[in-house]
Design a protein around this ligand. Structure first.
Ligand code: FES
Length: 121
């Protein structure tokens, strides 16, 4: 795996917290974000299933004020952190696209293929 798939260091996120990233995967730019909650990481594409818009208006801010759900800043949809499923807002039942990633050397890296997953450090 090449270094350009680096997402972030494990210490770049608070728990709970979130962080956006952009990686170049064979010439295709992948925009995504990581959420850390209770020591477990989750990765999603930064694309709301409602309109296809990015979810964040503030850099690295993908969680609601309670830090309990992923929030789309455009029309206030809320998503379950573990599953990416929309639980309220204009697109109930729709899901964020999970991204595959792995943990190596205290950092997270995007995986181009394979099953979706979460990682406990
Ligand atoms: S674009 Fe995300 S809720 Fe409408």
């Amino acid at each position: 795996m090449s270094d350009n798939l680096f997402i972030c260091q494990l210490t770049d996120l608070d728990d709970p917290g979130s962080r956006g990233f952009s990686v170049d995967l064979d010439g295709t730019v992948i925009e995504g974000f990581i959420v850390l909650r209770d020591g477990e990481f989750f990765a999603y594409q930064n694309k709301c299933p409602h309109t296809g818009s990015p979810l964040d208006w503030v850099e690295h801010q993908f969680l609601d004020l309670d830090l309990a759900h992923i929030q789309c800043a455009v029309h206030d949809a809320r998503f379950d952190i573990e599953t990416g499923l929309c639980i309220s807002g204009p697109c109930p039942g729709a899901s964020l696209n999970k991204l595959n990633f792995e943990q190596r050397d205290e950092a997270l890296y995007l995986k181009p293929t394979g099953a979706t997953q979460s990682v406990k450090p």
